[in-house]
Design a binder for this molecule. Sequence first.
Ligand SMILES: [Fe+2]
Ligand SMILES: [Fe+2]
Length: 365
Amino acid sequence: MAKEKVDKSLKPLEKIIYNGANWNEKEDDYTQSFYEQNLSQFWRPEDIALQPDLNVWHILPDEVKDAYAKNLLVLTFLDTHQGDIGMPVVARSLDEHFHQRKAVINFMASMENAVHAKSYSNIFMTYMTANDIDQLFIWGENHKNLQSIMTQIVGYYKELDRYNYLKKFDTDHASFSEVGFAIAQWKAMVASVFLETWLFYSGFYYPLFFYGQGKLMQAGEIINLILRDESIHGLYIGRLAQEIYETFDNQKQDELQTWMYEFLLSLYHEQNELVESIYDAVDLSHDVKVFVRYNANKALMNLGFDPYFEYEEVNPVVLNGLNTETKTMDNFSMKGNGYQKMKSEMLKDADFIFPNKKIIDFGDK
Ligand SMILES: [Fe+2]
Ligand SMILES: [Fe+2]
């Protein structure tokens, strides 16, 4: 008699007890602080009016406009995929009981595309024609180095996505193991921190360069708000990555370090060529590469490793623009990254009583 085939996809469902996020109990001693910080920093792209920049934008030479727009396009691509897959896949990889950690990462995920990428588009829509915007996106889709960076970073997100599926539905699969899952999870977090704390910064350099000189201040303000977000994203994911790394034995840690530095150098190579393709035209490639190395070191530190590159002085104009301390600004011209959201309360009938006037009736009689 022929053997009955076992269909693994039809495993009897395990009984799952669902629970909920109980914010009364801390999951660890830092996630709720990151929650508070993330939510207190919330902002919307439309909070910053970009029109005041136009008088400066319109008199810039074409090669300067071109470099500025291309940098924001690079940032758009990175932020889009960080929101679409990077952050969500890391959130899903966390054990089911980490509801608060997942909430923090999901919040970060929604900022990446819905706020950050949208803000870059707002800048494009204010500064450029629809045709120029289309051409810019086509440039990015065809840029060898940008596509290679995306392929490498998103590749680690997809690998974790695959492991998330196997862990949930197919742990008997030949390519699944718990340690394999943890490695995929850690590598995706390394990719995430490299993106957040390092790769973004070659794109931030140019807007900060202008901001530090008092030019294109509204766009610079947006960049300041974005990098304030990215800095806590990189810190948080770096912290989670360190916890996972500590679970590996010494031999595995050595292997993973070797992988990480190879990954770093591969991205560094692509990043340098990307920088040259944008910044050579405005004679800033050398300075930007210093900034790239400076931020690569910061990303490594977020992941719990020593700096890789020698310390170098970064252009003080850019450091001036990079200072994310609360700025005191004229709230009528721009928001400032330390702005307070308006506090609101419910309207009452009494609010519509004016001296010598009757209550305004909003009834539809
Ligand atoms: Fe972002
Ligand atoms: Fe981010």
